[in-house]
Design a binder for this molecule. Structure first.
Ligand SMILES: [Zn+2]
Length: 133
């Protein structure tokens, strides 16, 4: 079981959405630019006004690394750490699941899935698009 998530005042909405199986992000209420990770101020126009929007959960693999050390008992190794470029134009650090290392390709299409955490929440992970559920 994955460790519990660590929510801050800024990221609580993200983890609450993940716990109900939704991937969301902030969108600036002034200029409309999407942003992630969550933060109080728009990096483009400095507005504090924002809204939370649902994402498609689809994207492509921008970069990745296979993590071997240090190991934590809650994970199977290697852990596939992925930087996913979402179709909405923002990038998210996550994990790849349901894929063999030899099949990983930069640019491969991915879709979100959710894995439970020890505190009853969930974390978004990504698998090859079209994988059986
Ligand atoms: Zn803005």
């Amino acid at each position: 079981m994955r460790p519990h998530t660590t929510a801050t005042d800024d990221s609580l909405f993200f983890w609450e959405a993940a716990a109900r199986g939704a991937l969301v992000a902030q969108r600036c209420g002034a200029c409309g630019v999407m942003r992630h990770p969550p933060r109080p101020m728009c990096p483009h126009c400095h507005s504090l006004d924002h809204e939370v929007v649902d994402l498609s959960g689809r994207g492509s693999l921008y970069s990745y690394a296979l993590l071997h050390h240090p190991q934590h008992p809650a994970f199977d190794y290697p852990v596939f750490a992925a930087l996913v470029e979402l179709d909405e134009g923002i990038r998210l650090v996550s994990n790849l699941v349901d894929v063999e290392p030899a099949d990983i390709r930069i640019g491969m299409r991915l879709e979100v899935a959710f894995e439970p955490t020890a505190d009853g929440g969930a974390v978004p992970v990504f698998r090859p698009a079209g994988s059986p559920s």
